[in-house]
Design a binder for this molecule. Structure first.
Ligand SMILES: [Mn+2]
Length: 442
């Protein structure tokens, strides 16, 4: 057989993919068919598509990172067989859009038993569900409408494959950790470059271009739309317009991370564009930094998930009292279940799991409807407390001294048996280090 396309270098050994597949499939009963689709091309305008990004479950199970494809496993004949259905070679579309690897390539080079044409999937699906041994479909909904429709039209018992895969994705392997370290280091260097190009009339979009330009020139890309907010814009949690000029004396908040082999980094730094923190900015910054360090220290094997949020919250609430922003006791500031008035200025969670999705699966975000994990070795998460004093808010008291200040500090943390390791430690966050680097150019 001849190779159909360029050689594809997978980020992990076939053995690592096979190990992931068995850890998943070994939990399923006989008579199961697993159907994991990946993303297809998405139209941006007319005949122009959004940049393609593979589905994270597909990347996890097989490393297949091309548009279209269905990973299928079945144990209808008592042993597991795995297949990957992909697009056929098609010279006309390859001339326009690039080489298609095709089913033969998949059979020879991908960590599955067989490669098939995606055009034969619908027929094969009917074969699977009419097999005498068939009981259940395990799939992930909301990725491929056609697959969702096919399953619902045929009235089969469909169970959620995420219930198994999400748990497996929480603890990273040594090889995943190595890639995530690279992702964290690349993003750290991008933030350093942005700090170096800070000055009193820099624009948000200029800083964005420095960060994202560095990602692109290092074979990477953003893991989520970059947030670059000066002054009041830093108080908008998911601000991503990034078009304003930043005024002399203002802070800029940059929340930007990249991905390598699909694995995200997620860093936030906040710094004065002119290189000098004002007293008021310094007061808030030091408080958030103290909360961040306390939260990192709380990331210990065996601790319940909420412990790092509680650690950050205790420091922030006490600090808000000490600065005269809240006039109450610590218990009143924290409130029941950490929902007291300190949340007027810190309205998000302290962090989230990080991996193939920037807000990674497996529990570990406030509001997730799956049980929160207990910290265990190999988990990677963000720690990112913040304080926000939006000048335009009228629903809460915004002290004049702090009006227009938004500060968030975010690092990426690996949990180990010997304590937390900060993967983003090369990115400065101490005030002296930040002031020393701003505006120093390249
Ligand atoms: Mn984050």
């Amino acid at each position: 057989m001849q190779s159909n396309g360029e050689d594809m270098n997978l980020p992990f050994s076939h053995q690592e993919y096979y190990d992931r597949q068995s850890s998943f499939l070994d939990q399923l009963p006989v008579g199961s068919v697993v159907i994991i689709p990946t993303n297809t091309k998405k139209c941006r305008s007319n005949d122009t598509n959004f940049p393609f990004r593979a589905n994270s479950y597909m990347l996890y199970l097989s490393g297949w990172d091309h548009p279209g494809g269905i990973w299928v496993a079945d144990n209808l004949d008592s042993t597991w067989k795995t297949s990957l259905y992909v697009r056929d070679n098609d010279t006309k579309s390859e001339i326009w859009e690039g080489r298609i690897l095709g089913p033969d390539y998949v059979s020879k080079n991908m960590p599955v038993d067989s490669g098939f044409s995606i055009n034969s999937f619908d027929e094969d699906f009917i074969q699977y569900i009419h097999n005498d041994n068939f009981n259940y479909i395990y799939s992930i909904g909301g990725v491929d409408e056609h697959i969702d429709q096919l399953i619902s039209d045929n009235n089969v018992v469909k169970l959620d494959a995420r219930n198994f895969l999400d748990k497996l994705r929480v603890n990273k392997s040594d090889n995943e950790i190595e890639i995530m370290k690279k992702s964290a280091e690349l993003a750290s260097q991008a933030h350093i470059l942005a700090m170096k190009s800070g000055n009193s009339d820099v624009s948000e979009c200029h800083l964005q271009s420095i960060i994202e330009g560095y990602f692109i020139s290092n074979h990477s890309r953003w893991a989520y739309p970059s947030i670059v907010g000066g002054g009041d814009n830093a108080t908008i949690l998911h601000y991503s317009v990034n078009q304003d000029d930043i005024k002399d004396g203002e802070l800029v908040l940059i929340d930007a991370g990249c991905e390598i082999e699909g694995y995200a980094s997620d860093i936030t730094r906040t710094w004065p564009v002119n290189g000098i923190f004002t007293d008021a900015q310094r007061e808030i910054y030091e408080l958030v930094l103290a909360a961040e360090k306390a939260a990192i220290q709380a990331c210990q094997v065996g601790a319940p998930w909420n412990s790092f949020h509680e650690a950050a919250s205790n420091v922030l609430a006490q600090g808000l009292i000490d600065l005269g922003i809240l006039d109450c006791t610590l218990n009143e500031a924290l409130g029941d279940d950490y929902n007291g008035p300190y949340r007027n200025y810190f309205m998000h969670g302290t962090g989230h799991l990080l991996g193939l999705d920037v807000h990674d699966v497996g529990g570990g975000r406030q509001g997730d409807d799956v049980p929160s994990p207990v910290f265990s070795s190999g988990m990677i998460l963000t720690v990112e407390p913040g304080l926000y004093f939006a000048s335009w808010r009228t629903d809460v008291t915004i002290p004049e001294r702090y009006s227009g200040i938004g500060v968030r500090i975010e690092d990426n943390i690996l949990i180990t048996d010997n304590g937390p390791i900060v993967l983003t430690s090369s990115c400065p966050k101490e005030i002296d280090d930040i002031e020393a680097i701003i505006g120093t150019g390249e």
